[in-house]
Design a protein around this ligand. Structure first.
Ligand code: ADP
Length: 484
């Protein structure tokens, strides 16, 4: 009883007509002699429209050729065809992708009588594959775009897997560490960290692994030239939508110049305080002495003490003047008051103003008719600085030469001393802010600002400034100014 019911349910014809695949049979000459409903529905035809039609006429041009050249011979010889893929034209002109399996019915002489075929619709699968391919292409091009961007930025960038193996590095990474990015161990980056920064870095690193917090730390990294440079390291954990750790993103921005500038500033503050303190302490001592002598104004020490007090006030004044000038230059507040004047005249006035010890002789040579259109006060400041430097840093050079030269559209002023000279590698830095050839424990007072101020003044006039020197022979400091 039960089996009868089942037999009723499983009606063979029903199954043939409505199976989830297409069935059809072909006669020996390739015409459709039977076709199920499912296939008719897929193609959009009525049964009567297709019976008697050649199956090949439903295929695309390429498909027809393939059908004649492969399907038919294979089916006749092997009696079966497995998974040939075709595209079939629907009645509305659209295409469906199918996989065709078939078996051949032969007579006793092995002559082909008919073919039974099964079609599975692979359009959806094909579409799905197309979509995957498209998404893959989009992801590829997105990846390339990001890599292009990552290669443009000046920071070192890399990513690691959740386990810490490096899986991407940008161009700057390879350039900075002089590598090809093939070493995927995270220890590669760690090996580049300065040993004094390593412990602290590992501490924050482990904390960040535990807590998932972003990491940020200033560390020194060894560059391709074997020099450590300060970097700001940032590292962040990337979690996917389900919250799984997938990657670590790391970047290092070079902050070496910034850190050095801060260090220089600190150094400068300490030098400036020291420089100011020395004359002030000395001034205080002089005033204490004068205080004791206030009831004895005719004491013969008084004029000397007053002279000493004045010298110290001049020193403080000169230092404060330098500080003010330098800060003005930094803020681009150097205003020029230009007029036409004779350079030789300015120089002799200037030599006159500077307190020059009897021991020094200043010899002015060259063209004394040269005129310039410039800020007289500022140019005097430059020349005075060159001369005081020659006295300060070349004290044994008893003669200081000042040469005036006509150089086409420019005039050239040189201050020449026969002092100890300056080492070649120091010369390019002489005009830098705060630069002093020997600053630690130097026997000379100064803030390393004098030549920086001179350079700013000359540059603002559209001129050039420079120095040449030979150790043991002396130095030449020069500047040029346009004549008009
Ligand atoms: P400061 O204001 O401290 O004197 P400068 O900017 O004027 O500094 O000079 C910078 C450095 O250049 C000085 O530390 C000094 O060593 C060097 N220098 C300048 N002029 C001479 C010179 N004529 N001979 C040797 N060294 C010089």
């Amino acid at each position: 009883m039960e089996n009868d019911l089942l037999a009723q349910l499983i009606d063979a014809e029903q199954l043939y007509q409505n199976a989830p695949c297409g069935y059809f049979s072909l006669s020996a000459d390739g015409k459709i002699i039977k076709i199920n409903l499912t296939l008719l529905n897929w193609l959009g035809y009525e049964e009567k429209e297709l019976l008697g039609q050649k199956f090949a006429s439903l295929l695309t041009k390429g498909g027809q050729m393939h059908f004649e050249m492969f399907f038919w011979p294979v089916a006749s010889i092997s009696k079966a065809v497995k998974e040939f893929s075709y595209e079939i034209l629907r009645k509305d002109g659209s295409l469906i992708a199918v996989l065709l399996n078939a078996s051949a019915l032969l007579d006793e002489h092995s002559k082909l009588q008919a073919i039974n075929a099964v079609l599975t619709n692979t359009t959806e699968r094909k579409n799905y594959e197309k979509e995957i391919l498209h998404s893959k292409r989009v992801a590829e091009s997105e990846k390339k775009r990001l890599q292009f961007m990552a290669d443009l930025v000046p920071e070192i960038i890399w990513t690691t897997t959740a386990k810490g193996n490096i899986d991407y590095v940008n161009a700057r990474f390879c350039q900075y560490f002089n590598c090809n990015g093939e070493d995927t161990r995270s220890s590669f980056v760690l090996s580049k960290v300065h040993k004094d920064d390593l412990r602290e870095l590992l501490k924050v690193w482990y904390r960040s692994i535990e807590t998932g917090e972003h990491l940020q730390k200033e560390i020194r990294l060894l560059n391709r030239e074997g020099i450590y440079e300060w970097h700001l390291l940032k590292s962040a954990l990337f979690l996917d939508e389900e919250g799984n750790m997938t990657n670590w993103f790391g970047s290092c921005a070079n902050i070496n110049d910034h850190i050095n500038a801060l260090k220089k500033k600190d150094e400068f503050i300490s030098i400036a305080s020291h420089e100011l303190k020395t004359p002030i302490t000395s001034l205080k001592a002089v005033l204490q002495l004068l205080d004791r002598l206030k009831n004895d104004p005719s004491n013969k020490m008084v004029p000397g003490l007053i002279e000493k007090a004045n010298r110290n006030v001049d020193k403080v004044n000169a230092l404060v003047e330098d500080l003010l000038n330098a800060s003005q230059m930094n803020q681009g507040q150097l205003h020029l008051n230009k007029s036409i004047f004779n350079l030789a005249g300015l120089i002799s006035d200037c030599v006159h103003h500077i307190r020059i010890d009897q021991r020094y002789e200043i010899i002015i040579g060259g063209d004394d008719t040269l005129q310039v259109f410039a800020d007289e006060g500022r140019i005097e400041q430059v020349i005075a600085n060159f001369i005081t430097n020659a006295i300060k840093y070349a004290p044994d050079s008893k003669q200081i030469f000042i040469n005036l030269k006509n150089a086409g559209a420019n005039v050239l002023v040189e201050v020449v001393d026969k002092g100890p000279g300056i080492a070649e590698e120091k010369i390019p830095h002489l005009f830098d802010r705060y630069y002093q050839v020997e600053n630690k424990g130097s026997k000379y007072s100064g803030l390393g600002l004098g030549l920086f101020i001179c350079a700013e003044i000359v540059k603002r006039h559209g001129g050039e400034i420079g120095a040449r020197s030979t150790l043991g022979e002396g130095s030449v400091f020069w500047f040029s100014l346009p004549t008009s």
